[in-house]
Design a protein around this ligand. Structure first.
Ligand code: GDP
Ligand code: IMO
Ligand code: MG
Length: 420
């Protein structure tokens, strides 16, 4: 059995949690590779909603193993809470943590929410969870704290004290009001809970690969939030695209069989940055309300707009997507006309179907739309029985992206899923 990767093709919140849960039945291991608790992944099972920020979404079935890979940044309090919730479910599923993952410290959150995460005078609109500052520490190395540093009380205290000393000027300047002693005593119960779960995740995964067990990798965020390939600087600080999956887990590319890209049947974005197909009219309102588009992590209203096939094709190309999971098709039901952006008009009047990599250019494009007649019939759980107009919409996305749509989601529940 291979490694299958599930990742977001838009600006996050595509429904990755639901899709990971759907495919988890046949999997033994489910890995998170990147990001931290900026992610909010939702799973709905028999009308009960579960919101997960760190623990993988594929652990609702019995006896699954979850791993938080080396590419993640971990808020220990959030992780311990989710581990306790998992324990309560009492289904034999467990989580281990890569020793090479990094710790989000209280000052990282403080830096993120104090005036720092901006580009010039523009706010990025981060989730305020300390993600950017934690990756900044990882990159500079001198202020990084790894999960391996939690191994003993002495090692952790030594490392935290060293880093605190180094950061002192910045902490004072930004009026950070906690002492090393208070941080260490607050974090001690968390350290004790996490320390026994620390593994060498690269070595841990190998027997699963050798024994041909199915491994899922659960992407976080989405291609357009990628640190390198997204709408920089309005991005997250990790690589949610396929490269980040490899560096963030240590799993080799040669074992990957399917790269399942998840996209909504429309677009949403939470936080600042360009969004060519954003709607500020009644249709946008319809998508927001009907799709219940509020951020899973911060509760912010998500901006909504039509599906953007220029951006989607770019995301498929970037990730080598082998198949698409199309979610929230039900949200479009009842609209008289549905649109899809098929090209952009550039400020100089030219037309392009290539996603502009310069965010300044992207901010000034005008989408060129193709119109589709809508549908109001119930969405039956079978592709052939879907309304013809819905099938036409789906086939156009496949054609434009040169990628088959093998899963269609028509509601948040597991059973509201059509596979082809
Ligand atoms: P993720 O971050 O990609 O895991 O997505 P989120 O969980 O943040 O947001 C997706 C939201 O859409 C959640 O509330 C899901 O329960 C919901 N959802 C997923 N698939 C569908 C679907 O096909 N239809 C509807 N109506 N809701 C869905
Ligand atoms: P999931 O995994 C949607 C956005 C934030 C902000 C930008 C940078 O649920 O799809 P950060 O806190 O990461 O520095 O914020 O990225 N963002 C997300 N938007 N879904 C997410 O994750 C996101 N994670 C970060 O809103 O615009
Ligand atoms: Mg989300």
């Amino acid at each position: 059995m291979p490694v299958n990767v599930i990742l977001g093709l838009q600006w996050g919140d595509e429904g990755k949690g639901k899709i990971v849960d759907y495919y988890s039945r046949d999997a033994e291991l489910i890995l998170r590779a990147t990001g931290g608790n900026n992610a909010g992944h939702t799973v709905v099972i028999d009308k009960t909603t579960y919101k997960l920020h760190l623990v993988p979404s594929g652990l609702f079935e019995n006896n699954k193993v979850g791993i938080l890979g080396n590419g993640t940044v971990l808020d220990l309090a959030v992780l311990c809470k989710e581990l306790n919730d998992l324990k309560q479910r009492n289904n034999g599923s467990v989580v281990f943590v890569s020793g090479k993952a990094h710790v989000i410290m209280p000052w990282h959150k403080h830096f993120d929410v104090s005036t720092e995460t901006k580009s010039g005078d523009k706010k990025i609109g981060t989730t305020g969870r300390g993600i950017g500052p934690a990756y900044e520490s990882k990159a500079n190395r001198s202020t990084a704290i790894r999960i391996y540093d939690l191994t003993t009380k002495e090692r952790f205290a030594k490392r935290v004290t060293e880093v605190f000393q180094l950061l002192k000027p910045r902490l004072q300047e930004t009026a950070f009001d906690k002492s090393v002693e208070s941080i260490l005593s607050e974090m001690e119960p968390l350290r004790l809970q996490i320390a026994p779960l620390v593994i060498d995740s690269v070595a841990f995964v190998q027997p699963f690969i050798e024994q041909n067990k199915l491994i899922l990798v659960e992407g976080a965020q989405g291609a357009l939030l990628d640190f390198d390939h997204g709408t920089f600087p309005f991005v997250t600080s990790s690589n949610p695209t396929i490269g980040g999956i490899f560096t963030g887990t240590g799993v080799s590319h040669k074992h990957v069989k399917q790269v399942i890209g998840v996209t909504k049947a429309y677009c949403t974005r939470v936080g600042a940055g360009p969004f060519p197909t954003k709607l500020v009219d009644a249709d946008g309102e319809y998508l927001q309300v009907n799709g219940n588009e509020f951020g899973t992590t911060t509760g912010r209203k998500r901006d909504c707009g039509w599906i953007d096939l220029v951006a989607l094709r770019y995301a498929c190309q970037l990730n080598g997507v082998t198949e698409i999971a199309l979610t929230k098709l039900d949200v479009l039901s009842g609209l008289k006309t549905i649109k899809a952006a098929v090209a952009y008009k550039l400020p100089n009047g030219e037309t392009t179907s290539v996603f502009p990599e310069d965010t300044t250019v992207l901010s000034s494009v005008e989408p060129i739309y193709r119109d589709f007649p809508g549908w109001s019939e119930k969405l039956e759980p079978n592709f052939e029985m879907l309304p013809n107009n819905a099938k036409e919409f789906i086939r156009t996305i496949e054609k434009y992206t040169s990628t088959p749509i093998t899963l269609i989601s028509t509601g948040p529940e597991r059973k509201q899923t059509i596979t082809r």
